[in-house]
Design a protein around this ligand. Structure first.
Ligand code: CP
Ligand code: NVA
Length: 320
């Protein structure tokens, strides 16, 4: 007897192979043309969506996406649950898997997500942690592909806080897509060495590359895609003054954009602090594709859910 394949989770961008990433993006593209064509959660089955941190896009796109797939979202705020207080991630997962088909969790440490995934038979999805934001990257890649036709060989320049969850996800997901990922950041806010090493290894297989710069203008030169994110991620509010002082020369403005390719596009996962990491002229200007990017959260996450549910071994919620 062959053992059933293990349930797949999506905790980091490199939890999927290059072929699997393409498969999910292709499905997202199809679901964007006809939102209600697949209904794997018909029943309705429930998906738990848990938030330790604030959210607009993630909350709405998962809630709407789960409903589009025939299911019902159960949005849980950690502050009003036992998780994070009296109960461990693995005990929480054991309870939820008897009633839900998947668990989506926005949290702080990556370790909690790993513990939750190790303890359950239903897919666990990282809806943002301190280290990664892989659902956002599926939406970003979908957006870039829509505007540029393909991903492989494109140069993406991320400017700003290099220790940010978005940067780590760009390194892994961009490398997986065969892109040339450049990060322009101050030495104090550099990506984690372990993530750079993982991204380098993936890039060596896909034909992509990873380069870390301290000069933002050098980073952006000739880029196809320019990306930034807030300088003050959730949980880092007390560091705001120091961050703003150190990151001041990493603001994306018209002058910086003029060094990228003339047809370069600008992305930002939002929420944005206009006047800090990006000027209003750029984020609200003709090269910005932020509203497509934010809509694509819906289509990308639906594709991810469909793909993971097909690979789930269970939880009674999945079959009932
Ligand atoms: N981009 C993103 O994840 O937005 P929210 O924090 O509003 O979910
Ligand atoms: N880096 C930001 C992303 C917000 C969607 C944060 O973690 O707050």
């Amino acid at each position: 007897m062959t053992a059933a394949p293990a349930t797949r989770h999506f905790l980091r961008d490199d939890d999927i192979t290059p072929a699997e990433q393409r498969e999910i993006l292709d499905l997202a593209e199809r679901l964007k043309t006809d939102r209600f064509q697949v209904r794997p959660l018909e029943g309705p089955q429930t998906v738990a969506v848990i938030f330790d941190k604030s959210s607009t896009r993630t909350r709405v796109s998962f809630a709407v996406g789960i409903a589009d797939l025939g299911g019902q979202p159960l949005i849980i705020s950690t502050a009003s649950s036992q998780l994070g207080g009296k109960e461990t991630p693995s005990d929480t997962a054991r309870v939820l898997e008897r009633m839900v088909s998947a668990i989506v969790w926005r949290t702080y440490g990556q370790a909690g997500l790993e513990e939750m995934a190790a303890g359950t038979t239903v897919p666990v999805i990282n809806a943002l942690s301190d280290d990664f934001h892989p659902c956002q990257l599926l939406a970003d890649l979908l957006t870039i592909r829509e505007h540029k036709g393909s991903l492989e060989g494109l140069t993406v320049a991320f400017i700003g806080d290099g220790a940010d969850n978005m940067v780590h996800s760009y390194l892994l997901a961009g490398a997986t897509a065969g892109m040339h990922v450049r990060v322009g950041c101050p030495a104090e806010y550099s990506p984690k060495d372990a993530v750079i090493a993982d991204a380098d290894r993936i890039a060596a297989e896909t034909g992509g590359s990873i380069t870390i710069f301290t000069d933002p203008l050098e980073t952006v030169a000739g880029a196809d895609v320019v990306v930034t994110d807030t300088w003050v991620s959730m949980g880092k509010e007390e560091e705001k003054a120091a961050r703003v002082a150190t990151l001041a020369r990493y603001r994306v403005d018209d002058e910086m954009m003029s060094l990228a390719k003339p047809d370069a596009i600008f992305l930002h996962c939002l929420p944005a602090d206009r006047g800090y990491e990006v000027t209003a002229e750029v984020i609200d200007g003709p090269q910005s594709v932020i509203w497509d990017e934010s809509e694509n959260r819906l289509h990308a996450q639906k594709a991810l859910l469909v793909w993971l549910l097909e690979r789930s071994t269970g939880g009674s919620g999945a079959g009932s």
